[in-house]
Design a protein around this ligand. Structure first.
Ligand code: ADP
Length: 421
């Protein structure tokens, strides 16, 4: 099932709004976390400063533990020499500790005086927030302080939840608004579209009625004129017969027009009367060629086919016939004398139907499938066509699930491409 416009509208609002809310929350969390980490680092920096001052004043390693318990009982303190050797650690026996020159915070402190890192300690297997600071005096050790990165530190790092709740609240309100407005906006757009469709149908119907009246008027007026001459005048047999024959030709045009119109109406209704069968393409094309042979011979038009052997189309025989017949009749009627028709097909039933005749001026190409549309000379019927041929072709192809395209060929000629079956 295709999603309705309303659902699409709500869906896209929802995606945008969700992305926006998530973006705000992530940004806010990150910023808050950074500020809090910085604050914590400042605290650790103060501890490290105190240890440095204590050592500079000649304080011994033995009483460092006392200092630590005054500052923060959880604090871990490590003293590292310039070569990375650990000389003091309040939590671990230094004899068991590896060289610390490679630890990120120590490396940063060696390079720039300060450094921090959050990671799991390799020595005591617990996560820590490490902070190291090197003293400007050459022989002083680097002081590294760390706090376990446990619940206490984490909860300290966690930003306040107030903002999060605010955004969630906003999200819920926004969601309600989206559903409400999406619902009403969707309905309004639907009504507008329905109105547009009704208007278009009405306009098309009006145009069509006008077109039909116009198309019928020409032959009917001629017939009436010829009959009036025959009825109102004393004519010799030959002239009388001449007028009657011309009236008869016009009735043929009329009945062609009517049968084209009724075929189009049937296709429009997608009438289930169109039975689908397997059609032997080569045989069908041969029938088209032979049925149209009178006009083809008159205009000296060659008809060649290039189709895979045994190609079969699944479709309605009379409609597929009328597709090729109309295209062939059009070449005979419009493309000029001495041209060639080529019908090409692939195994996937992709057809091209081309001629090397005069083609159609580009500005008309987009409209030739419209009902009663004729190229040039103010829509007169000089070539005898109903103007419905290509509409029938397009609609018949569409009834088989295809689409027809047309283009001019170089140096001249016209090519239709479509898929049937
Ligand atoms: P018609 O009944 O006039 O043939 P169609 O709908 O079949 O109506 O064709 C529309 C117009 O397209 C024709 O009037 C003609 O001017 C033009 N046309 C169609 N096929 C060709 C062609 N093979 N070469 C040149 N012009 C063509």
């Amino acid at each position: 099932m295709r999603p309705s416009f309303q659902h699409k509208l709500i869906g896209s609002f929802l995606v945008i709004f969700t992305l926006f809310s998530v973006g705000i929350v992530v940004f806010e969390q990150r910023t808050a976390r950074r500020y809090k980490t910085e604050a914590l680092e400042e605290r650790l920096d103060a501890y490290a400063g105190q240890v440095e001052r204590y050592l500079a004043a000649g304080g011994s390693f033995d009483s460092l533990q006392h200092l630590i318990s005054i500052m923060s009982p959880e604090l871990r303190l490590t003293l590292v020499e310039g070569d990375g050797r650990v000389v003091y650690d309040n939590a671990v026996d230094v004899a068991t500790m590896v060289n610390h020159a490679g630890r990120p915070e120590i490396r940063k402190a060696m390079a720039g005086g300060r450094g921090s890192d959050i990671r799991t300690s390799e020595t005591v297997s617990k996560p820590f927030l490490y902070y190291a600071r090197s003293h400007s005096k050459e022989d002083s050790p680097i002081v590294r302080v760390a706090l376990p990165y446990d619940v206490q530190v984490r909860s300290f790092l966690k930003p306040g939840n107030g903002f999060l709740y605010f955004v969630i609240g906003l999200f819920v309100v926004g969601l309600g608004f989206i559903f409400y407005s999406g619902h009403y906006l969707g309905k309004a757009v639907k009504r507008l579209r329905e109105h547009e469709t009704r208007e278009r149908t009405r306009r098309l119907k009006r145009e069509m009625t006008g077109n039909i009246a116009h198309e019928l008027r020409t032959p009917v007026t001629s017939i009436r004129g010829f009959l009036e001459i025959v009825l109102g005048n004393e004519l010799d047999e030959a002239r009388r017969r001449g007028y009657l024959e011309r009236a008869y030709t016009q009735t043929q045009t009329l009945s062609e027009l009517i049968s084209d119109m009724s075929l189009l109406a049937r296709i429009d209704e997608k009438s289930s009367a169109f039975e689908f069968t397997e059609i032997d393409t080569a045989e069908l094309l041969e029938k088209v060629r032979s049925d149209a042979s009178k006009a083809l011979i008159e205009k000296n038009i060659a008809f060649t086919t290039d189709i895979p052997e045994g190609l079969a189309i699944r479709g309605n025989r009379s409609l597929v016939y009328s597709v090729f017949r109309n295209l062939t009749d059009n070449v005979a009627a419009h493309a000029g004398a001495g041209v060639e028709i080529r019908v090409h097909a692939t195994v996937n039933n992709e057809f091209t139907f081309s001629d090397n005749g005069i083609g159609i001026p580009e500005e008309h190409l987009g409209r030739i499938f419209e009902r009663f549309y004729r190229v040039g000379e103010g829509r007169t019927r000089d070539t005898g066509g109903s103007g419905l041929g290509l509409s029938i072709v397009r609609n018949a192809v569409a009834l088989h699930g295809g689409e027809i395209r047309v283009r001019n060929l170089k140096p001249h000629g016209l090519e239709f491409s479509f898929r049937v079956g």
